[in-house]
Design a protein around this ligand. Structure first.
Ligand SMILES: Cc1cc2nc3c(=O)[nH]c(=O)nc-3n(C[C@H](O)[C@H](O)[C@H](O)COP(=O)(O)OP(=O)(O)OC[C@H]3O[C@@H](n4cnc5c(N)ncnc54)[C@H](O)[C@@H]3O)c2cc1C
Length: 399
């Protein structure tokens, strides 16, 4: 029987372990922390968003690059994940935003335990507190505790490089670079971005949301929500643009995003409402007739001079497009996910490294991007499933 060593104990690795055929492989999972799935548990703190309910094309289009993810998602779709979770006694529901969560009352640890408990029914060895550090001269795996493992096949699922406390610290980068594998530098994705606020504004509006807005950068538009923080802006609308903003920040010192406070209304519709108002104070017109809340009014004041604020036409145009200067991204460690990692051209269609035979990499350690909304976990689960399917197939000549 071939020996398969899976390194990492996050969602990508767990799906692979759950699906791998233990009649064909003698499987060991090595995780450096003393328990599995720590980032999965952190992900659950703000509501465990397991996947997103959309048709496969719409789902796939959220990933960058979508061509890389398409065949992977086709093999294990969002519907497949929901069915798979149900099979493992984890009921889910689709929230109003199309995000898919565990049924109400389910804690993230209970979801994780259901998956882990199932894997434990299989003939799989778990080695916790076991940190992989590289390869020895014979190409065998070496570990921090002095252990060496000789394995026919190795799958790395070491995660990205944020929330180091969970074990996903990107410290694996050098070992791969030493073997000539291109690993792009890590950058924050799905992260907050810095905006310089004036003191009065931030003291009054810190922590307040801007709901049902659209944020755009270049030709990319994201509908959703923003939260005003002391540091700047966070929330799903800016997260969705985070990769493009980060790419631009590599070339420019700062970039400008455009906020539409009333995406469902045209400038003409807003003008008509404005002109029909019985109020004389601009703030009253905005709040009562245009239904713009206090924080959004504060933001309009922050970004318009007096002349603009008192001029109907200019003000309505500003409502549709407030220019906000972004200075930088927040610290990498605070990001929900990371850009960078192993270049996709370093792996073949089955995640096998071109330069290290019989060695595979899956999950967030590969260089792909998806916004928040369940896409990240779906992507990682789909990769784990797809690799298991390939390794289980009698047609491969691996190992
Ligand atoms: C705050 C937060 C909220 C999130 N919310 C969501 C959400 O709601 N929905 C969603 O889809 N996604 C969410 N995510 C993202 C999601 O959790 C990750 O994309 C996903 O966990 C990545 O899975 P992975 O298996 O690739 O890696 P990880 O989950 O990062 O697991 C990698 C594992 O490898 C281990 N490891 C690393 N190096 C070594 C080594 N050298 N030796 C041995 N083991 C090692 C680590 O300890 C870790 O356990 C969130 C992330 C964060 C931080």
């Amino acid at each position: 029987m071939k020996k398969l060593t899976i390194i990492g104990g996050g969602p990508a690795a767990l799906m692979l372990a759950a699906e791998i055929d233990t009649k064909q492989y003698e499987v060991t999972v090595c995780e450096k922390k003393k328990s599995l799935g720590r980032k999965f548990l952190v992900a659950g703190e703000g509501g465990l968003n397991l996947t997103y309910d959309a048709n496969l094309e719409a789902l796939t289009n959220q990933y960058v690059p979508s061509e890389f993810m398409r065949p992977i998602l086709q093999q294990f779709t969002n519907q497949d994940l929901i069915t798979w979770l149900k099979k493992h006694e984890v009921p889910t529901f689709i929230g109003s935003s199309n995000r898919v969560f565990p049924e109400q009352g389910w804690k993230p640890i209970e979801v994780l335990n259901k998956i882990v408990d199932f894997i434990k029914t299989k003939n799989i060895i778990f080695k916790l507190n076991t940190e992989w550090t590289g390869w020895n001269e014979d190409g065998n795996l070496i570990f921090e505790n002095g252990e060496t493992i000789e394995s026919d096949l190795v799958v790395f699922a070491l995660g990205g490089a944020s929330w180091k406390v969970t074990g996903s610290d990107g410290s694996w980068r050098k070992a791969f670079q030493d073997r000539d594998v291109r690993v792009e530098p890590f950058r924050a994705a799905n992260s907050a971005f810095e905006v310089i606020w004036n003191k009065n504004f931030i003291n009054t509006h810190q922590g307040k949301p801007l709901k049902n807005i659209t944020l755009s950068f270049g030709d990319l538009r994201a509908k959703g929500e923003l939260v005003i923080t002391k540091f700047g802006l966070e929330g799903n609308a800016i997260y969705a643009l985070s990769q493009k903003i980060q790419d631009a920040l590599l070339k420019e010192e700062r970039v400008v995003v455009h906020l539409d406070l009333k995406p469902t209304m045209t400038i003409e519709q807003l003008m008509t409402k404005y002109q029909k108002s019985n109020h004389s104070k601009v703030t009253d017109i905005l709040k009562t007739d245009l239904n713009i809340d206090r924080t959004a009014v504060g933001l309009l004041k922050h970004f318009s001079d007096k002349e603009t604020f008192l001029n109907q036409e200019l003000l309505v145009k500003t409502i549709k497009s407030i220019s906000i200067v972004i200075e930088s991204a927040d610290e990498l460690d605070k990001a929900i996910s990371t850009l960078g990692g192993i270049g996709l051209d370093e792996v073949d269609d089955h995640f096998q490294l071109n330069k290290i035979p019989d060695t595979f990499t899956i999950g967030e350690m590969l260089d792909w991007f998806a916004p928040t909304g369940g896409y990240l976990l779906q992507g990682c689960f789909s990769m784990g499933f797809s690799l298991a399917k390939f390794l289980n197939s009698s047609e491969n000549d691996i190992g």
